[in-house]
Design a protein around this ligand. Structure first.
Ligand code: PLP
Length: 369
């Protein structure tokens, strides 16, 4: 009897094994110096991260949700303001808008990239609109040219949610370098993932850099002197160490994801499985490889029965979630997003995923569509 190949959705333990010795040594050095908060690894990682993204400033924070929240706070967005975003994202994007007391206004998505549709944004502008929060979803960059044009015409701030798009480019520019701010998450499943929680904010604006640094540290620029209500949201030295190591080889890792995506796409060509599109070769970092399937639920069951990990991003648009019922959206309001939620399935993808695993996933899917 031949052994059946189990395929994990993501192999984080392999990443840990690769970096274990060097990471532990970096932590030992930090520990020996007694430097645990905003220490040398965090300071150096901020510089290295800013250089990679191509911005003046990068500010380490505790997680991706805080990076969105602090960006909105620094931009002065608050009660009564509207922020246009996508319903097709992890909850934290809209949640951060609600956390500052503003109102998330949901625009529909594009059927090809799943990113927010600039035409739909234009239809949702109002006199209360203060900002746009595009989310580069699954790792594909939004149409930043069109979005920045709307923002310029209406004098709106742009907060890029880059939690899933590390390394992806829009019009040749790295996501996170185009809007007023870029927000990143280092949740372990991300393209640049830590071994715990972490986040980063990027900006070219000196005023925002200074304000966010104050907000992440209890509103204090000098010890014990507080000029406003902030919070404790700092990137941990232990995470900064592993993220510095991972950043050194991130281009190789992104190329690895693109290669897995290309193998899947070749094997699905001409079948009922609709592969994700990349508008340009550098537009997609493939944090997730999400297909559309006619018999999605049956295929997912077949994959689960075959011990193949999948994820379901996203089962319901945020505009229809109970928590936002008071905003008054109803089924049919954002049809592209609603249709996608009945058809999509995210497949295993990570750098150096073995060919045998890719073939096994395709074999099970193609025998059940
Ligand atoms: C699109 C998006 N935005 C924001 C976040 C929030 O990041 P974190 O989990 O680090 O708070 C995530 C993370 O899962 C995400 O996928």
């Amino acid at each position: 009897m031949t052994a059946v190949t189990a395929v994990p959705f993501l192999d984080l333990s392999a990443q840990f094994k690769d970096l274990e010795a060097e990471w532990l040594e970096m932590i030992r050095v930090s520990g020996a110096k007694g430097s645990f908060i905003l220490g040398p690894n965090t300071v150096d990682f901020e510089k290295e991260f800013a250089a990679y993204v191509g911005v003046k400033h990068a500010i380490g924070v505790a997680n991706g949700t805080d990076s969105l929240y602090l960006s909105l706070r620094a931009l002065g967005i608050g009660p009564g303001d509207e922020v246009i975003t996508t319903p097709w994202t992890f909850f934290a994007s809209a949640e951060s808008i609600s956390m500052v007391g503003a109102i998330p206004v949901f625009a529909d998505i594009r059927p090809d990239t799943y990113c927010i549709d600039a035409d739909s944004i234009a239809r949702r502008l109002s006199s209360k609109t203060r900002a746009i929060m595009p989310v580069h979803i699954f790792g594909h960059a939004c149409d930043m040219g069109a979005i920045m044009q709307i923002a310029k015409d209406r004098k709106l701030a742009v907060i890029e949610d880059c939690a899933q798009s590390f390394g992806a480019r829009a019009g040749g520019r790295v996501t996170g370098s185009i809007g007023d701010t870029g927000s990143f998450s280092f949740y372990p499943t991300k393209v640049l993932g830590g071994f715990g929680d972490g986040g980063m904010i990027t900006t070219n604006r000196d005023d925002l850099n200074e304000h966010i640094r104050r907000l992440r540290n209890h509103g204090a620029m000098k010890p014990f002197i507080h000029t406003e209500i902030g919070m404790n949201s700092r990137l941990d030295e232990i995470q900064a160490a592993v993220l510095r190591l991972k950043l050194r080889t991130i281009d190789r890792d992104i190329a690895g994801r693109r290669s897995v995506a290309s193998d899947y796409t070749k094997q699905f060509a001409g079948t009922a499985v609709k592969s994700p599109v990349a508008q340009t070769p550098d537009a997609h970092a493939y944090n997730l490889y999400t297909v559309r399937l006619p018999k999605r639920d049956a295929v997912r069951e077949a994959l689960t029965a075959a011990n193949i990990g999948t994820s379901f991003c996203y089962p319901q648009g945020l505009h229809l979630q109970d928590v936002y019922r008071h905003l008054g959206y109803k089924p049919g309001d954002l049809p592209v997003c609603e249709q996608a939620s009945t058809e999509v399935l995210s497949l295993p993808i990570y750098p150096r995923m073995p060919d045998t695993h890719i073939s096994r996933v395709c074999e099970v899917i193609l025998s059940s569509v």
